[in-house]
Ligand binder design. Structure first.
Ligand SMILES: *Cc1c(COP(=O)(O)O)cnc(C)c1O
Length: 403
């Protein structure tokens, strides 16, 4: 292997995170390319039949088939694993493929999982609809309450699953404390870290066993490709994740992995700049609305916890328009720069109405229970000029009739 690549973990693990985001995991081919190569190939060839046999046995190193591993995808996985403090990463076609793999690779009929109720709509569907079909018991609780986690434990509890900050309510769950409860119960803790991003929060450092991402969000960060990744230790990978991953075919395309590698190079600076904009926007609109949620605001309910486990407040600002759905729609329709969409973590700012889109799979009661109300706006703060963003939101609030 060539010098100055990112394959030597004894070296890359000593680097600062920003250096890791740019260089860790890079492998150079015989052509000495600077940019990571895109290996758009489904399979790999062998010098002779003996070598094919040896690679299939695992006696010889090397790639066999891109459903399992691919050099471009492996570079992305290695970089993510290092950033996360995980032994292994397995990149998937979408974020939901990552969440599904993380749960289904481990849980079996008769097992029990506890999930925090404030979660991405499709994650809730996995807990509420999919797992029970296969005889996996699920309990959905208020994840902000440590007592609720403790009370939900059963002898067959095998996994805890949570998202913090939660999409879209910005509920924070104490990862460190919940990890202790999970481990006392003999269960694994899986964390969906999408909202926080690897730039701001490292759940494994706080005790999580498995970390999952939709890389569609901040990691791509420019609204191009879908993707996901599951990160874990070697043992969990060997016994549970990798067999499931290779045989069910949830792999990320090498092209998307290449895009994600490029995204990681700028993740740290993008997320920081987005946080600057989010701080500014939250401060500007807080005096105009009763319910504006962002950890940078003085009145933020879970400020101490946010500070304990996240480097900054994050890129999402949540607010409630008192006039419900009608006023929320008026506000969104009046935006001149910001797009109406359902993605997040994009360089372009996005306003989402979770009630009518991302969280519609939940019943009305379930939406209200987690705090997804008809007037709630989920605002993903992008990389535009912060003053332009504030101006756009202020004029849209005016047009929606907010004082
Ligand atoms: C978007 C998202 C997902 C799902 O990711 P996809 O890439 O859309 O499949 C899961 N969890 C959270 C918190 C998300 O925001």
């Amino acid at each position: 292997m060539k010098n100055r690549t990112g394959t030597d973990k004894s070296l890359t693990s000593t680097w600062a995170r920003q250096t890791q985001m740019v260089r860790a995991g890079s492998m150079r081919s015989n052509f000495d390319e600077m940019g990571e190569a895109l290996f758009l190939t489904s399979a790999f060839a062998y010098e002779n039949a003996e070598e094919a046999e040896a690679r299939f046995d695992g006696r010889a190193e090397g790639f066999t088939y891109s459903r399992q591993t691919n050099p471009t995808t492996s570079m992305f996985e290695a970089r993510m694993a290092l950033l996360e403090g995980a032994d292994v990463g397995r990149a998937t076609g979408t974020g939901m493929a990552a969440m599904t793999a993380a749960l289904l690779c481990y849980l079996r009929a008769g097992d029990h999982i506890i999930g925090a109720r404030a979660a991405f709509g499709s994650c809730r569907w996995l807990l509420d609809e999919l797992l029970p079909r296969y005889g996996i018991e699920t309990t959905v609780i208020d994840g902000t309450s440590l007592d609720a986690w403790k009370a939900a434990v059963r002898p067959n509890t095998k996994m805890f699953f949570l998202e913090t900050p939660a999409n879209p309510t910005l509920d924070f769950v104490d990862i460190e404390e919940v990890a202790k409860i999970a481990h006392d119960a003999g269960a694994k803790l899986a964390v969906d870290n999408v909202f926080a991003t690897p730039a701001l929060q490292q759940p494994m450092k706080l005790g999580a066993d498995i970390v999952c991402y939709s890389t569609t969000k901040h990691i791509d960060g420019q609204g191009r490709c879908l993707g996901g990744i599951v990160l874990c230790d070697k043992e969990f990978d060997e016994q549970h994740l990798y067999p499931f991953y290779r045989h069910t075919g949830c792999a990320m395309s090498p092209f998307n992995a290449w895009v994600m590698l490029k995204g990681l190079e700028t993740l740290g600076i993008r997320v920081n700049a987005m946080c600057d904009n989010a701080d500014k926007l939250a401060a500007a609109i807080a005096p105009r609305l009763d319910d504006v949620r962002h950890p940078s605001l003085p009145g933020f309910k879970q400020a101490a916890l946010a500070k304990k486990q996240m480097k900054r407040g994050g890129t999402m600002v949540i607010f409630e328009l008192p006039g419900g759905r009608d006023q929320a729609f008026k506000f969104m329709n009046a935006l001149e720069i910001v797009d109406i969409s359902n993605n997040l973590g994009d360089s372009r700012s996005i306003a989402t109405h979770p009630w009518s889109t991302t969280h519609k799979a939940l019943s009305e009661d379930a939406r209200l229970e987690v705090g997804v109300t008809p007037g709630l706006i989920r605002f993903s703060v992008g990389l535009e000029d912060g003053d332009d963003l504030v101006k756009d939101v202020m004029q849209a609030l005016d047009k929606a009739g907010v004082k």
